[in-house]
Design a protein around this ligand. Structure first.
Ligand code: NAP
Length: 438
């Protein structure tokens, strides 16, 4: 089907797969454009597929448009652009594939399918000479895919670093500002609708992992499978860690990072990290998202804005739809085949570490810990002793190390846990490196 095809109501025909939070906002935006008779890009919702047609939808669509019948969208000759807003891999992957094979352009906000099966889908789009655009799949309303795909193509990207999950940023910001515990803030986030009843995708870092996989593939023109990305969530971050981090000049954020290092290759990682209080990322609070891109020609760039929500996400989806409707050039770098790029091991990552232990409050404990660290080639930068519990003879020992290799730190941690004088190793957090300082 050519991009100039028109649905029988006039304008380009759009078929929606999903009419939930984002689908409804996109349908509303199209209905508004249709009403305003924008002559530049006439669009029309031809059909919308949902799971449950009895659900009330907050958009003025003729009920006959909404059904559970996939054929009303995929391979329908009146549908030029399929907008997939269901989420997940199954059945989204099959539906998108069928639409592309039928010669329909596809726009999706689905980070999971783009992370896990994106290369196959992009290849199918290229084979069928149609577009597959996915700006909304990462960082909601923030334009980041477009700049990486177009404006920054002359650059070698040195690093991508982002806060790209609004739910965890909301939780960590509350913990930092109010001294609240993770479980309490998670419950509040759930009652406000910022976190799902099952928060796993967000708090265990999967959502951020899918997004950094999508960004890394684009930035480094290579396949970055989700299982090569190091992932840790925020369940183990405690209110105390914010207090101690702040005394040391840091806050804690869930970072998603992809960094190319000439010798070891591309390392992608998602984990909570201490970041200096005076870098811009430290002030990205609440549900906001931010992405920092460093290119060899352009230097550092900063993108910040709403990373989710119906209207910001609809803004990104509609941008892609309108680009296609206006006749975007076919098969640019969006569909280029990934080239092999060496993938680095997390074991070789080097950074400073923050360690919090509950230890016996007696002489020689620090010397024992220092010896174990020294045996692993790790030296101590600073130490805080805090919250001494005289009755039970315990204290918190907070240790900042000098830069060390991840594999050395992991083996030191195993040995530290075996020391008689160490009751618990409560936290091990990485310190993000900025320039020549931590
Ligand atoms: P949602 O509110 O749960 O909506 C999903 C929609 O898909 C619903 O209309 C549902 O039908 C329909 N659906 C699900 N499975 C289906 C199936 N097997 N067959 C037919 N219809 C099916 O989700 P959302 O929040 O709009 O998110 C949609 C996509 O956008 C996801 O990929 C998400 O990651 C992405 N995204 C969301 C946001 C955000 O702020 N929400 C931001 C960025 C990206 P029923 O209505 O009948 O249940």
């Amino acid at each position: 089907m050519s991009s100039s095809a028109r649905s029988d109501e006039g304008g380009m025909g759009v078929g929606l797969l999903g009419l939930g939070v984002v689908g409804t906002a996109v349908a509303k935006a199209i209905v508004e454009r249709h009403r305003s008779e924008d002559p530049s890009v006439p669009l029309n919702v031809v059909a919308a597929v949902v799971r449950d047609t009895s659900r009330k939808r907050d958009v003025d669509l003729d009920p006959s448009v909404i059904s559970t019948n996939l054929d009303t969208v995929v391979a329908n000759p009146d549908v030029d652009i399929v907008v997939e807003l269901m989420g997940g891999v199954d059945p989204a992957f099959d539906y998108i594939t069928k639409a592309l094979e039928a010669g329909q352009h596809v726009v999706t906000a689905n980070k999971e399918v783009m992370a896990k099966r994106g290369s196959e889908l992009l290849a199918t789009a290229a084979e069928n000479n149609v577009h597959l655009f996915y700006e909304a799949s990462v960082a909601g309303g923030i334009p980041i895919i477009g700049p990486l795909m177009n404006d920054l193509t002359a650059n070698k990207i040195q690093s991508l670093r982002g806060i790209i999950n609004g739910t965890t940023n909301f939780i960590l910001t509350k913990m930092a500002h109010e001294g609240a515990d993770f479980d309490d803030v998670l419950s509040e986030a759930q009652s406000l609708g910022y976190a799902e009843a099952d928060p796993t995708a967000d708090v265990d870092g999967f959502d951020a992992l899918y997004k950094i996989s999508v960004l890394a593939r684009l930035a480094y023109h290579t396949e970055v499978p989700v299982d090569v990305i190091h992932r840790e969530g925020i369940r183990e971050v405690h209110a105390k860690d914010f207090r101690y981090a702040s005394e040391l000049g840091y806050t804690i954020k869930l970072l998603a990072v992809a960094q190319a290092n000439g010798e070891s290759g591309l390392l992608s990682r998602v984990h909570p990290a201490l970041i200096p209080l005076d870098v811009p990322m430290a002030s990205v609070n609440g549900v906001l998202n931010a992405v920092e891109v460093e290119g060899d020609l352009v230097g550092p760039l900063w993108f910040q804005g709403p990373g989710a929500g119906p209207n910001p996400t609809a803004s990104a989806v509609m941008g892609d739809v309108i680009r296609i409707a206006k006749g975007a050039p076919s098969n640019g770098s969006s569909s280029s085949a990934p080239k092999p790029f060496p993938i680095a091991s997390m074991d070789d990552h080097v950074c400073q570490y923050y360690i919090r232990l509950t230890a016996s409050d007696r002489p020689g404990v620090l010397a024992n810990v220092a010896r174990v660290l020294g045996d692993a080639d790790i030296s101590i930068n600073s130490v805080l002793q805090k919250d001494t519990d005289i009755e039970n003879g315990h204290a918190d020992l907070v240790i900042m190390t000098h830069p060390a290799r991840e594999s050395n730190m992991q083996s030191a941690v195993s040995s530290i846990k075996e020391l008689d004088s160490v009751l618990r190793l409560d936290s091990l957090l990485r310190v993000e490196t900025y320039g020549d300082r931590a």
